[in-house]
Design a protein around this ligand. Structure first.
Ligand code: SF4
Length: 619
């Protein structure tokens, strides 16, 4: 791992570690799917010991995949596992500390004494790893930072980085370097900032450039989990960071592997055109700041990013065509119903729309077609030369398609004085995200505040590749505050409905526009106390209309509450058939029988006045 090796793919078993054959068979399924390292939880000495049995059985079946013992809270299990398997993962938030959710005011002397306490507890493991040639991951989780780190640095990327560095410095003092680092969070924005900051701090402190293990924790399942993972992992891969990846989905671990491979393989042979160098980078990669843009109609300024659907290649556009874009026509009421994922504009190209459209929807025509019609809610999509040469423009909103090479003094000085322009930025570069980021740099350096729609075109991709690549390409820009809207052209890659949903899910994953409930569900492991996939699906089916609410669904009470991060409500396994419910970090109902727990969760949301009945808005 690391250096010039390919990006390695890994995942984690979900079977009880004491079930030797079950663990072996699941490991084999994961390896056969393409997994290169397999992590197995070792919550106590007995599971750590059983790793030897699992390893032996795997060897007998011809599998020598490196195994990683996953440790939380139990140094004795780590010290045993380090003698048996290739790598141990320690969580610096709980290796030497128990979480009490306390804020403690440390003097510098107290803090130093704490570090000394960690050193004493952690040193034996480092020495064993050195002696046995065992590797180690120091894996920080945003949701399980120690009270010490939280008290001094807060719940921040800097706190996450410092949490790992406390342990890393001890390793380097002991001349132990077989280390990989991770900075996982369920919020891709936090996770991206933490990894970037880690790299910066390693460099500043003169520490080794250790390999990075990338992952978004508790990403959830299905489309949401895949898109969230792609935004987090993909953005960092675009930055050139990352040596091994684990996609955490609330699904079977072998289902994670193709997603991880699709993300990694994209960089194996990618070719692109050179991007002009820059001397000044005006974007802070460690914190979120939305690029300042002026408001043009409902785009830019403080408006949520807009979604534009590409219908330019459709043969005909009818009212039914809009059903895929989040609009439904209620015949009895003669009204359009708008859902939370209704797109804002449709780019119709040269197809004239001759029926009454929903009041919230804008139509965009190609410039020559736009010139021939008089509809007030229609706007032109023009090339740069149309804009520079023609006098006839919409009085309120004009879209101009540009690439990086088009951004020059003449164009910028004209658009800077025009409060009707929105740029639609495009790229043909294999390194499209980097080129579009470069275009934003050009606009920032030229003090240009024109709103920008990010347009990407995909061709010849599978539906899964389309979802992951678009989430990387556009999510990577939105996460840095770049972009006032999305336009995705992906004819043949995915149906219109899926393309529209993908755009909204990317906005949700980057937390730039919330249109649905967010689920922070753990991927499950040998500690899990209920069927996570089934339970997540059941909770989702009853709550997925609660726009903006975050629900954590966690398999165990040992790590679950810590790892729910910023969930508003938590549904956590606390014993066989028992669930404990949380409001934020506070326990509100303990050990509810699992048959009643979803109803109790809904009552809790109702009590808080956050429950809404499922409804559709008419226009
Ligand atoms: S929260 Fe889920 S993945 Fe994490 S340790 Fe508990 S059961 Fe395993």
């Amino acid at each position: 791992m690391g250096g010039f090796n390919p990006i390695r793919i890994q995942s984690m078993t979900t079977i009880d570690t004491m079930d030797t054959l079950g663990s072996v068979e699941q490991t084999i399924r994961m390896v056969d799917a393409g997994c290169e390292y397999v992590r197995i939880t070792a919550p106590s000495i007995k599971e750590a010991q059983n790793l030897a049995e699992i390893k032996k059985e795997l060897k007998q079946r011809g599998y020598d995949v490196p195994l990683i013992a996953d440790i939380h809270f139990t140094p004795n299990a780590a010290e045993l596992a380090a003698r048996l398997v290739e790598k141990v993962r320690v969580n610096p938030g709980n290796y030497a500390d128990k979480k009490r959710f306390e804020t403690i005011a440390y003097t510098d002397a107290d803090y130093e004494a704490e570090l000394e306490r960690i050193r004493i507890k952690f040193t034996p493991l480092v020495k064993i790893c050195k002696e046995y040639g065992t590797a180690m991951r120091i894996g920080t989780n945003h949701g399980s930072l120690s009270d010490r780190i939280m008290s001094r640095y807060g719940d921040t990327p800097l706190g996450m980085v410092e949490s790992a560095l406390e342990f890393l410095r001890i390793c380097e003092d002991l001349h132990y370097y077989d280390i990989v680092l991770s900075m996982k969070a369920s919020n891709p924005q936090v996770m991206i900032q933490a990894y970037r900051l880690l790299v910066q701090k390693l460099d500043e402190e003169g520490l080794q450039p250790y390999p990075l293990h990338l992952g978004v924790t508790e990403a959830g399942d299905g489309e949401d989990g895949r898109i969230k993972s792609a935004v987090g992992i993909g953005t960092l891969l675009e930055d050139g960071l990352g040596d091994t990846i684990r996609v955490s989905l609330t699904e079977e671990p072998e289902a994670e592997v193709p997603v991880a491979k699709a993300l990694a393989d994209r960089y194996a042979h990618r070719k692109g055109d050179p991007i002009p160098e820059m001397t000044h980078y005006p974007i802070n990669p460690f914190s979120y700041n939305r690029r300042l843009s002026q408001e043009v109609k409902n785009i830019g300024g403080s408006n949520v990013p807009r979604v534009i659907a590409d219908f330019t290649s459709r043969e005909a556009i009818t009212p039914a065509s809009l059903f895929a874009l989040g609009y439904q026509y209620a015949v009895a009421l003669d009204k359009w119903n708008i859902t939370d994922m209704a797109c804002d504009y449709v780019w119709a190209g040269d197809q004239l729309i001759d029926f009454e459209i929903p009041g919230t929807l804008g139509i965009i025509y190609n410039y020559s077609t736009w010139r021939r019609q008089t509809n007030d809610s229609a706007f032109p999509m023009m090339e740069v030369k149309d804009y520079l040469e023609n006098q006839r423009l919409s009085p309120s909103l004009n879209f101009i398609r540009v690439q990086l090479r088009d951004i020059d003094d003449r164009l910028v000085s004209k658009i800077n004085q025009d409060n009707t322009v929105v740029l639609v930025i495009e790229t043909n570069n294999g390194h499209g995200m980097a080129e579009q980021r470069r275009l934003f740099v050009e606009l920032l350096n030229r003090d240009c505040h024109v709103p920008v729609i990010i347009h990407r075109t995909y061709d010849g991709l599978t539906a899964d590749e389309f979802q992951l690549y678009s989430a990387t390409d556009m999510g990577g820009l939105l996460i840095d505050g770049l972009g006032d809207g999305l336009l995705i052209s992906a004819k043949g890659c995915s149906p219109d409905k899926k393309i529209n949903e993908t755009a909204f899910t990317i906005l949700q994953a980057t937390r730039t526009r919330i249109s649905k409930t967010e689920y922070i569900s753990c991927p499950s492991c040998g500690r899990t106390l209920f069927d996570l996939q089934e339970t997540t699906a059941m909770i989702r089916s009853r709550t997925n209309h609660l726009k903006g609410i975050k629900i954590g669904i966690m398999g165990c009470i040992v790590n679950g509450p810590g790892e729910m991060a910023d969930a508003d409500y938590g549904y956590v396994g606390s014993g066989p058939g028992r669930i404990t419910l949380y409001r934020g970090k506070e326990v509100v109902k303990r050990n509810v029988p699992s048959g009643q727990a979803v109803d109790e969760l809904i009552s809790l949301i109702r009590e808080d006045g956050k429950w809404v009945e499922l409804e559709i808005v008419n226009t």
